[in-house]
Design a protein around this ligand. Sequence first.
Ligand SMILES: CC(C)(COP(=O)(O)OP(=O)(O)OC[C@H]1O[C@@H](n2cnc3c(N)ncnc32)[C@H](O)[C@@H]1OP(=O)(O)O)[C@@H](O)C(=O)NCCC(=O)NCCS
Length: 156
Amino acid sequence: MESFTFRVLSEAETRGAYHWLAELASPQFNWSVGSLEELGRCSTAFAALQEGEAKAILFYRRAGDIFEIICLATQPVWRRRGLMKELIRRFMQTAHAEGTDSGGAARVWLDVHAENEAALGLYLSLGFEVVGRRRSYYMDGGDALLLKKVLPEPAN
Ligand SMILES: CC(C)(COP(=O)(O)OP(=O)(O)OC[C@H]1O[C@@H](n2cnc3c(N)ncnc32)[C@H](O)[C@@H]1OP(=O)(O)O)[C@@H](O)C(=O)NCCC(=O)NCCS
């Protein structure tokens, strides 16, 4: 992990990730360049960069105390090296440090396709809990599981 930088991307850097994200499009993810551009306009991208390129990326939105991860991906050749786990950890540190409007604990929410075993295994290993299910939520008819993690209370 020493060769990676973890940080929020600029707009230009975010656009640079669309080409490899669009190649991952599947019935589970509608990731055309157009839909990614729309996503980029309404969210913030946080990434693991090496030599100036995002190798793993997550998109999130903040609403008060809630940080919602909208989608994430690791480039296929970089998978199973702990990169996304580290990226989510760094993201949660940033969310914790940023604090919340209420001064209380920040919460991280996300949805995952119920059959996406890789992503579900990742989230559970990071301490996320399944708190709900949205039936037939995805384009392929699959259910979404709603997951939540409450970050530690900020120190006074
Ligand atoms: C899910 C995804 C982001 C994981 O990225 P990654 O960088 O390979 O993840 P990590 O190496 O940090 O994996 C951490 C843990 O997640 C789980 N995990 C990751 N990939 C897995 C797989 N293919 N099968 C089962 N568990 C898996 C494991 O618990 C793993 O720990 P381990 O390697 O010690 O067993 C990646 O597979 C991906 O980009 N998938 C396509 C996009 C996607 O599904 N996004 C989620 C919904 S938007």
